[in-house]
Design a protein around this ligand. Structure first.
Ligand code: NDP
Length: 285
């Protein structure tokens, strides 16, 4: 009975997704009783158990699943179909049960672009972007920037080999060279970065208070337009503190978390969900 949704991760107990989605569903149920028996659960699933878990959730008639660390890449090869926009990312965070089986989507890029619009009043389209990191989150962010046709993309990463692998994967998406794509060492930012770039942190540097900033903003030759840090816990990273000291518009990753969830719930319900209850449940000011 009822329609079930869930987030799978390992660990999972600190996930804000159940509170966000159940708050939105409660409000949707007030306007439309079809949503009154929809519930969103959380399950701690180690990576080896993911295939069996997806099979079991289907047998239990779950309609949708969110995936978080460490499942986003693993699941890519387990689903029946992947949304074309998510294919170049190689990772999915939202599954929707369809007659063909589980269909994978990636709503993190939508979450990022919407959060930057909301918190920094900027668009990725047409903007020079400085992206920090070359892991999974950076790949998703880079694909979103290129799909939205940013003006240029400057990617910095501590480990050169990981940066080179990401640049090679992105090159076919860079509009046959019409979107300039550059890599650099974060210790030595090049002079060619244009003014008014958007800085996006997609490294995990900042998750611990002792972490260094992934880039010293004061070393940039040109003043950026704003700084978006995907990290939301802690809410203030060293990078965001530097941005504040320089008087730059800046935001943490909470709005991204909220909007990736908004898009996922829209995929499952077919309706734009109310954002405010999700924001309140996530603790976004
Ligand atoms: P990965 O492990 O795939 O990648 C980590 C990246 O961070 C690599 O580029 C790595 O560089 C870099 N890095 C790690 N430690 C340091 C350090 N001390 N100094 C400089 N660079 C460092 O992680 P993900 O891509 O999955 O996640 C990255 C971040 O994005 C996490 O903090 C995560 O919480 C956040 N995130 C937020 C979301 C949101 O909704 N707000 C959604 C998804 C992710 P190297 O190659 O040199 O090792």
């Amino acid at each position: 009975p009822g329609t079930s949704l869930a987030v799978l991760g390992h660990p999972i107990k600190h996930s804000l997704s159940p509170a966000m989605h159940n708050a939105a569903l409660a409000e949707m149920a007030r306007a439309d009783s079809r949503f009154s028996d929809w519930r969103y659960h959380r399950f701690d699933i180690p990576p080896d158990d993911l295939p069996a878990a997806l099979e079991l959730l289907h047998r239990k008639k779950f309609l949708g699943v969110n995936l978080t660390v460490p499942h986003k890449i693993l699941a890519f090869d387990l689903v029946a179909e992947v949304d074309p926009a998510a294919r170049p990312i190689g990772a999915i965070n939202t599954l929707h049960w369809t007659p063909a089986g589980w269909r994978g989507h990636n709503t993190d890029g939508y979450g990022l672009a919407t959060a930057i619009r909301e918190t920094l009043a900027r668009e990725l389209a047409g903007a020079p972007v400085i992206l920090l990191g070359a892991g999974g989150a950076a790949r998703g962010a880079a694909v979103e920037c290129l799909q939205r046709r940013c003006a240029s993309l400057w990617i910095a990463n501590r480990t050169r080999a990981n940066l080179d692998a990401l640049l090679a994967a992105l090159r076919p998406l860079a509009g046959a060279g019409t979107i300039p794509l550059h890599g650099f060492n974060p210790a030595t930012p090049p002079d060619g970065i244009p003014a008014a770039a958007l800085v996006i942190n997609a490294t995990s540097a900042g998750l611990r208070d002792s972490d260094p900033a992934p880039l010293d903003l004061a070393r940039l030759a040109c003043r950026p337009a704003g700084v978006f840090d995907m990290i939301y816990n802690p809410p203030q990273t060293r990078l965001l503190a530097q941005a504040a000291a320089l008087g730059l518009p800046a935001a943490n990753g909470l709005a991204m978390l909220v909007h990736q969830g908004v898009r996922a719930l829209e995929i499952w319900t077919g309706k734009p969900p109310p954002v405010e209850p999700m924001r309140r449940a996530a603790g976004q000011m």
